[in-house]
Design a protein around this ligand. Sequence first.
Ligand code: GLN
Length: 304
Amino acid sequence: MDYQGIIEDIIKEIQPFTSHGKVADYIPEMAKVDPSKFGITIDVIDEGIYSAGDAREKFSIQSVSKVFSLTIAHSLVGESIWERVKVEPSGSPFNSLVQLEYENGIPRNPFINAGAIVIADIMLSNLPDSKASFIEFVEQISGISGLAYNENVAKSEMDSGFRNIALAYFLKSYGNLDNDVMEVLDLYFHMCALEMTCEELAKAFLFYAKHGSSIKFDTIKVTPSQVKRTNALMQTCGFYDESGEFTFTVGLPGKSGVGGGVAAIYPQRYSVAVWGPKLNKKGNSVLGMKALELLTSKSEMSIF
Ligand code: GLN
């Protein structure tokens, strides 16, 4: 398969869509991101890595981090995790408050904000230094070093993330947060503010594509079965109320973030990471979704 040729064609074919969408300006620091960026990397198992565009530029991974935090929390507390967060698609915006009230403070899944805030709480209760362990985990699975949080983005969210603050207090009122609300949010906002390139993100997601591999360091021991469950959740819940659309048009398990990043996997074959900062109304990258639709169409490979 000529992956390099495919991704270069994709860059040409997404041009008509570059004017669509807008950057996530509800986070003031994110409003500064250059909207014209676009990068893509495919990491093919036992073959190699193919990149095009701005694939070596760092961006804020935002909710793509929810895949990593879920993996860590699942490894720490095992199946009891599902008592505090469910595994159903939400069909609602990623920051919905109303759904949390209807469902008595148990978030629909770990990939909406409320679910990821509960996951951050589990990490804080079980790790001596959650922020350091999170970075160490991502470095271990990707084989890269020197990852860092963008402190300005984390602070910008802490200063303006009123909806997330409301969600966290709401969870606390239902008894679904054990730690101090602001400490939980500090961890949650930092994980969202991790900066990675498309190449780094693709390397990290190769771990999910190869879901047979195990990892073990300190108290974090991930089993293939846990990775399989994370992949299933990416398929059903990775794009909020656009998860059906992503499955329909792209057909891969994946996860998006409001930084414009999208990471996806073809199990046992490849991982792919795309970055285009302009988002559609559901908070997913316009160019990211289009590029991945073109990738699975052009390569004529589908998991379905
Ligand atoms: N940090 C963002 C928020 O909480 C993450 C949302 C996202 O990427 N969908 O609003």
